[in-house]
Design a binder for this molecule. Sequence first.
Ligand code: 8YV
Length: 318
Amino acid sequence: DAGSVQILLVEPFPPEVTAALSAKFNVTVLSDSAASIDEIEVVACSSLGTVDAALMDRLPRLKVVVNLGVGVDKIDIEHAQQCGIGVSNTPGVLDACVADTAVGLLIDTVREFSAADRYVRAGRWPDGPFPTTRNVSGMHIGIVGLGRIGRAIATRLSAFGCPITYHSRRPVPDVAYPYVGSLNELALRSDALIVAVSGGPENTGMIDREVLHALGANGYLINIARGRLVDEQALVELLRNGGLAGAGLDVYVDEPNVPEELRSLANTVLLPHLGSATKETRAAMADLFLDNLQKFVADGTLVTPVVAPRGGATMQPE
Ligand code: 8YV
């Protein structure tokens, strides 16, 4: 019975989903120091909340971690696997929205719409026209990570007449876009590099100084994936000294703290991790999150597992 299932909520977590969760389940918030955690069977988190091995080890009855978001990079997946703890995420339902964000960020960064808006608001238009920029249509686009979101970005930019190439661990079957085995080579060939790869530890720092250098003085970097994928310090240096034309970022190494160096540059467009933040998409994510939780309570399995929970219908009292 759902009411008897003990859920631990790891913040930050959207308040509207907390309300839906609390209506059906017995919810304890991790930050509540009086919280009794011995009976916890389920951890609920968003992609922004950390669920490390230490937390899992503090919960003797933990069986599943249900994540609101597609990225599970803040969950220790390896440890969950070892302990037989299931993990679910919310894939698919946010692809269109995040791809829209990537395209919007690309256009804003290249055409400098946000800077032009500041120009008009500051009353500078009478001083002269805003400087010309460059075309987005026809740009050579390199996509890093051709998963569901990467493909949704590729579809949209194909309609802009942009030749698309991509890099991933291995070629993706059934796609027509040319695969480039070396990330440096992809950066060399691209006018804009769009990062859409998963943010797990194996990919940390993959967009390094060399890759950014290969992208070059006329190149743009767009990141809607995770901040840790990029060497942020090298990015700042190249943006500052003309080694890169511009960067559009939705994600950062230490969110919500955005380095002052990035904020003071004129050739950056900076968004506060809003890739999936529309009402429709967040509602669809919440539905899939709750479906995973309900299925687990019902039969011990998950709708969209990242790690399958060990041992079937485990919610019955032992
Ligand atoms: C949000 C995200 O950060 O899905 C992801 O991986 O990064 C996001 O959509 C968040 O999880 C929403 O609560």
